[in-house]
Design a protein around this ligand. Structure first.
Ligand code: SF4
Ligand code: SF4
Length: 138
């Protein structure tokens, strides 16, 4: 038995499909949903744990992917929109791991490193231009 945490992204025409129901019924997995939301564009997001024998989890994941659902292995809900970032630097002191940082002291351009972001959301209320956000934001 093992438990895996997944962040799933459902595109518009997949949102209505009973994915979780099938994971329970067809693959005998135990599902614990932490968060779920549907964006204005009708894209769906879900963070969940799936628990069961490794073989069944792998089969369940293959099923999820076959349904057109994307699995985000990074499991991060934070999103940074470079196109609206003004490099104002306001977020820098609110990012505990320097995932948002200055790339080049000459240009003072801000960049984002998703690999080290810990999804703390500390930057979101401190970004005046809406470049920092979460897929679970209202
Ligand atoms: S979510 Fe947290 S770790 Fe990630 S960029 Fe924002 S402040 Fe930094
Ligand atoms: S606070 Fe927002 S706009 Fe300013 S540098 Fe950070 S991400 Fe960019």
């Amino acid at each position: 038995m093992e438990t895996r945490k997944l962040l799933l992204t459902f595109v518009k025409n997949v949102v209505e499909r009973p994915i979780v129901y099938n994971l329970v019924k067809e693959f005998d997995l135990v599902i614990n949903i932490y968060r779920a939301s549907i964006s204005e564009e009708e894209e769906g997001y879900m963070v969940l744990d799936i628990t069961g024998p490794t073989k069944m989890i792998d089969a369940g994941i293959n099923f999820i992917v076959s349904q057109g659902v994307t699995i985000d292995n990074a499991q991060k809900s934070f999103r940074w929109d470079e196109s609206v970032c003004t490099s104002c630097s306001n977020c820098l002191t609110h990012c505990p791991v320097n995932a948002l940082h200055i790339e080049d002291r000459k240009t003072m351009k801000i960049v984002f490193d998703q690999n080290i972001c810990i999804d703390c959301m500390g930057c979101i209320p401190n970004c005046p231009f809406g470049a920092c956000g979460s897929i679970f934001q209202d």
